[in-house]
Design a protein around this ligand. Structure first.
Ligand code: CA
Length: 673
């Protein structure tokens, strides 16, 4: 009996070992010291990448184990509609092979539970179900890349704006839902493993900023439920793929306190995870310094690995598929790089440098949908038919049943085709080479790559002098003044034209330059457009709230590049004055105006005021409504006698949480008698 028992134990152990080899392939590799390598680590490969035109500054300390990932989830839907991909030499190839040849070592794929309506029509965005992930995973594995499986736990897009519950789980309570999520995760991963896909990492939820699968942190017990779901997903990963990493994923690192709170909730509710991943879109998500700070905080406090799960940048301002893009000229964004192929590569290089050298425990960066290009049609109608049929746009009309407020209204094509690393015809852009070139750098002749816009504010009584140079953005993203020739400048007409704005076009080093000229009335206020910071101004917070300072962001400014900015997270937090004491004003009649733009104010009390000898003599109310809508408060018929003390300003009080706003263009002009 004893020996039978032993044999049984032996068989049991053997089968456990076998199943571990079959399903997870943990520690398959050995490193150069003969130590076992974690299964999730990217596979090493020889690269043969060179470029005559791309400038790449070397990233120091870049290890071969660093993950260079690409989210390439929509590829099969594009290919179904006829899209083909070509390498740098114009050879048609499997796009996953092209990615691999350029140094990409991980593919990320989003997975939606059931992105189809009851008649089987796909919702679009690649119709990314598990079958799509398996097809992509096989191709990634064939070219030596690991797969990051990105479960949204929704039937369609999950992001900070929406985390809709899958249809099949809609009526479930939290216990049933977490059981369903566990079973679903397990089943999907087993399918991937059975198909021979090398799953290196699994993401349990996508941009789960306080919500997931229909549960929200704003509801009672919200975080408890969200983390229960995450734990169910994590448990399935540990069982099926014990050698893979479990990643959680959030967005908006610029909201620092949110990240602190996510880390605390994961810890408090005991979620078993390895990687705290963040999206980082440079035009929305704050500075590199802030990104490093919030992720270092997580790495240091909880001993976790961290990662950039999504990033991207535009290589052109043009749309290529007849569906407008999220980022283009005139977008309200921070633009630290020009929209050029080189600008795109510089973003990847600089973010990698931050990830490698400034963020502790950072294991890699993933570029988002660098393969999502135009469907290839020559008109909106042609493309629309492809988007509807193959799901290659961001949403089809069929998604309206599930997502009526967004997809139901705005369904259509690709909004990120200008951020792809392939051109509209599917040919790899030179910027794709950046992944393979960062380790050693690639220095080419450093020439002008783009021209920065110039802004000029000129007093109606002043002299109009056009600048003789403009700033060129060089290949290495440094700035250099180069000569410019302006075309069709009519100084006399501008002088006679009164208050007006002009877009003067010129040429510098063969490229088009723009000078945006604002002709303004004589203004008795100093630093009226905040271009010199807060010089001359006094801001006084009457309550404690989060942000009150001069911001340098051209897209949020009425004139010039700067304005006064405020934001308060809490309700009833925002109350302040911003004012300037005017010196040496002659006796006479004046008008005073100041402009505001903002939103989420709740009940507001906002007014411009003029104080004379300490007494508020004139006021005029105004309001904030929404982004891009400027409102001006105008006080006319101000009577002033030289020698009196005069202060002009604006008062703000907002009841709404997250009240925010911008103040610009304060003018004190004389009025003719
Ligand atoms: Ca587009």
């Amino acid at each position: 009996m004893k020996s039978v028992k032993k044999i049984l134990v032996f068989i049991l152990l053997l089968s456990l070992v076998m199943s571990a080899f079959v399903s997870c392939k943990k520690d398959k590799d050995e490193d150069e010291n003969g130590e076992p390598r974690a299964w999730w680590l990217p596979t090493q490969k020889e690269l043969n990448v060179s470029s005559d035109s791309l400038y790449v500054t070397k990233v120091d300390n870049l290890s071969d184990d660093f993950i260079f990932g690409m989210d390439a989830s929509a590829v099969p839907s594009l290919e179904a509609g006829g899209v083909k991909y070509y390498d740098h030499d114009g050879n048609e190839k499997d796009v996953y092979q092209i990615l691999s040849e350029n140094g990409i070592n991980y593919i990320r794929v989003r997975v939606w539970n059931d992105p189809f309506d009851k008649d089987g029509n796909g919702y679009g965005g690649g119709n990314c179900d598990i079958e799509n992930a398996i097809a992509i995973g096989k191709r990634a594995t064939a070219y030596g890349m690991k797969l990051l499986v990105n479960f949204h736990y929704s039937d369609f897009w999950a992001d900070p704006a929406k985390q809709m519950v899958p249809k099949a789980w809609a009526k479930m309570g939290i216990e049933a839902k977490s059981n369903a999520l566990y079973a679903y995760t397990k089943e999907c991963l087993e399918k991937l493993v059975d198909a021979g896909v090398e799953v290196g990492m699994v993401q349990i939820g996508n941009e789960t900023n306080g919500a997931m699968a229909g549960e929200s942190s704003t509801a009672l017990g919200g975080w408890k439920k969200i983390t229960q779901l995450m734990s169910a997903g994590s448990r399935a990963v540990r069982e099926v793929c014990p050698g893979a990493l479990v990643a959680v994923h959030f967005a908006n690192p610029e909201k620092v306190t949110n990240y602190t709170s996510y880390g605390k909730n994961l810890e408090y509710y005991g979620v078993d995870y390895d990687v705290f991943a963040s999206s980082y879109y440079p035009y929305w998500h704050g500075t590199y310094e802030n990104l490093a700070s919030v992720l270092n905080n997580i790495a240091d406090t909880y001993g976790k690995k961290v990662m950039i799960a999504e990033t991207s940048y535009a290589y052109t301002a043009e749309d290529t598929d007849f569906n407008g893009n999220t980022i283009s000229d005139g977008s309200a964004i921070t633009k630290n790089y020009p929209f050029t192929v080189q600008g795109q590569a510089n973003l990847v290089r600089d973010l990698t440098n931050v990830a490698v050298n400034d963020i502790r425990n950072c294991i890699g960066i993933f570029y988002w949908e660098g393969t999502w290009i135009s469907s290839g049609g020559e008109s909106w109608e042609e493309n629309s038919a492809l988007w509807e049929k193959y799901g290659s746009g961001w949403a089809t009309s069929y998604a309206g049943d599930y997502d009526p407020n967004d997809a139901g209204k705005y369904y259509g094509g690709c909004a990120v085709d200008n951020q792809a690393l392939f051109d509209k015809n599917g040919k790899a852009l030179e910027s794709l080479k950046v992944f393979g070139l960062m380790k050693n750098g690639n220095v080419v002749e450093n020439k002008a790559d783009a021209i920065e816009d110039t802004t000029l504010i000129i007093d109606l009584n002043g002299e109009i002098v056009m600048p003789t140079t403009v700033n060129a953005v060089m290949l290495d993203n440094s700035k250099k003044a180069i000569p410019v020739e302006w075309h069709n400048v009519d100084i006399e007409a501008m002088k006679a034209g009164g208050v007006a704005k002009y877009d003067i076009v010129g040429t510098a080093d063969g490229m088009t330059a723009h000078c945006y000229v604002s002709m303004v009335e004589y203004n008795y206020l100093t630093n009226w457009s905040f271009e010199d910071g807060d010089a001359g101004w006094e801001a006084k917070a009457l309550k404690s709230f989060d942000e009150l300072y001069v911001e340098d962001k051209v897209t949020d400014s009425l004139t010039g590049t700067k304005h006064y900015h405020f934001w308060g997270a809490s309700a009833d937090a925002v109350e302040f004055t911003l004012e300037q004491k005017v010196e040496n004003l002659p006796t006479g009649k004046y008008k005073y105006t100041i402009s505001v733009m903002g939103g989420d104010g709740g009940v507001t009390d906002i007014y411009a005021y003029v104080k004379i000898n300490g007494e508020t003599v004139y006021t005029m109310a105004t309001e904030i409504t929404s982004y891009g809508e400027w409102h001006s408060a105008l006080i006319e018929n101000i009577e002033y006698t030289a020698g009196d003390e005069i202060i002009v300003g604006i008062y703000f009080k907002c009841s709404g949480p997250n009240a925010w706003g911008k103040i610009d263009d304060a003018m004190l002009n004389s009025v003719k008698e």
